[in-house]
Design a protein around this ligand. Structure first.
Ligand code: SF4
Length: 434
């Protein structure tokens, strides 16, 4: 029987200690490991991704991941007599379309006990055993990135000259990776645009985009990275394989929130000593934006009380939203729970500044919010459907209650403006109607 990965402590649901963070994907609020692996690898434009499983698994992943996916669509015959022939047949046909192939195992073939690596030993494929019962989206995402790093280290002799190729690129212009781009995130394209804009502002170019690039780009990264969402960082894993233990590369620093933007670019400027990185435009834009946000917050607080807010998103977004709302609107965070575990698993997760709880079911959220007064909910369409009359801002997959045609950022300077804009609109519209 699936265990819930949380425990109630009064008003908040706090994650248990390290080691308890992996759980079977028992909570339908966030996708399973297979979808995470599919999202990480399908972002590689010249890699064909095959979901080895039933049509249900394929359509679930296809609904969540915007990039093209393929499937073996196994049925009862393969489940009873074995799926090896079907798997080889699909790998051969998809190989005609892509340079590289990744195969992701799902629950049924995994339970059948077939070894897909052995079945595909004669084919050049990356095989990921990521059935939903190993955990949530993030488990599969990380597993896929690790397998990809190992695969590229073995299959490519790409170590020599990587740094020269990507860090100090054409005309001596330094190149920096953009990390944390996850296609499940409704804001990933906006984040990518904003990160590229910020790098441009100080004369830097974009190197690899993790995980939304070509295979060549991702396996030949720069040692330097910035991250639009540290929950989905993979530069560190890939760079460890590319640059080894002597690598100059470091984990990508966050671009969520103005303070992090400034800190990240200051660190980048320190880490690129041979070049003059001019971050003055970033500094002045951050200053102007801070004034805009302060004025907007003050204007709201002259008319209304500080809002009571409940926040449900992935961990880093949750932390960012809580931070901006408490800083500029004096918000009271009445309840908050992340869809996933904190990116830094080595830190004590009980000691986060906003008491961000662990993975919560919609039932738990409904129970807690029914007994807690809140003025604003930040989350996904699930929370919106549960509390349709509440002021609401979408920050998490899935967002289906509104159109998302325009590429909105959450990261960077524009991301702070966007979130504050959404929050103030939602709060003031509900206040006017009341
Ligand atoms: S891999 Fe497992 S948990 Fe994920 S969609 Fe398929 S059956 Fe469901």
């Amino acid at each position: 029987m699936a265990e819930d990965n949380s425990r109630d402590t009064g008003n908040s649901t706090v994650p248990k200690k390290k080691g308890r963070q992996s759980a079977v994907c028992a909570n339908p609020l966030y996708p399973c490991a297979m979808t995470g692996a599919a999202s990480a690898l399908a972002g590689i434009s010249d890699m064909g991704v095959i979901i080895h499983g039933s049509s249900g698994c394929y359509y679930y992943a296809d609904m969540a991941v915007p990039d093209t996916l393929h499937s073996t669509f196994i049925v009862q015959d393969e489940v009873i007599f074995g799926s090896a022939d079907r798997l080889k047949e699909i790998v051969e046909s998809v190989s005609k379309l892509y340079n590289r192939i990744a195969v992701i195992n799902t629950c049924v073939p995994s339970v059948m006990g077939e070894d897909i690596k052995e079945i595909l030993a004669d084919y050049d494929t990356v095989c990921i055993d990521a059935p939903g019962f190993i955990g949530y989206f993030d488990e599969g995402w990380r597993l896929a990135v690790k397998e990809l790093a190992q695969y590229s280290a073995v299959s490519d002799s790409a170590k020599d000259g990587n740094e020269a190729i990507r860090a100090d690129g054409d005309n001596g212009v330094y190149q920096v990776n953009i990390d944390g781009v996850c296609s499940l995130d409704p804001f990933y394209k906006g984040n990518l645009n904003e990160a590229g804009r910020l790098l441009n502002l100080c004369g830097l170019k974009t190197a690899a985009v993790f995980c939304h690039d070509t295979y060549e780009g991702i396996t030949h990264p720069s040692p330097y990275s910035v991250s639009v969402n540290p929950d989905y960082n993979c530069a560190d894993i890939i760079n460890r394989h590319v640059y080894g233990d002597d690598r100059k590369s470091q984990s990508a620093c966050s671009l969520l929130g103005l303070d992090n933007v400034l800190k990240t670019f200051e660190e980048l400027s320190d880490n690129l000593p041979e070049t003059d990185v001019d971050i003055s435009k970033i500094e002045s834009e951050c200053e102007e934006t801070d004034e805009i946000l302060t004025k907007a917050g003050d204007r709201y607080l002259r008319r209304y009380d500080p809002p009571r807010v409940a926040v449900y998103s992935t961990y880093s977004y949750t932390e960012f939203a809580c931070g901006i709302l408490t800083e500029y609107l004096d918000a009271e965070i009445v309840h908050t729970a992340a869809r996933n575990n904190p990116p830094d698993q080595s830190s004590d997760v009980d000691e986060n500044s906003f008491n961000i709880g662990g993975i919560c079911s919609l039932h738990q959220i409904k129970d807690i919010l029914s007994e807690t007064e809140s003025d604003l909910i930040i989350g996904s369409s699930f929370e919106h459907a549960a509390f349709p009359d509440s002021a609401f801002a979408g920050l998490t997959f899935p967002i289906r209650h509104r159109k998302m045609l325009y590429d909105r950022p959450v990261a960077g300077i524009q991301g702070s403006l966007y979130l504050m804009d959404e929050v103030l609109e939602a709060l003031e519209n509900v206040a006017k109607n009341e």
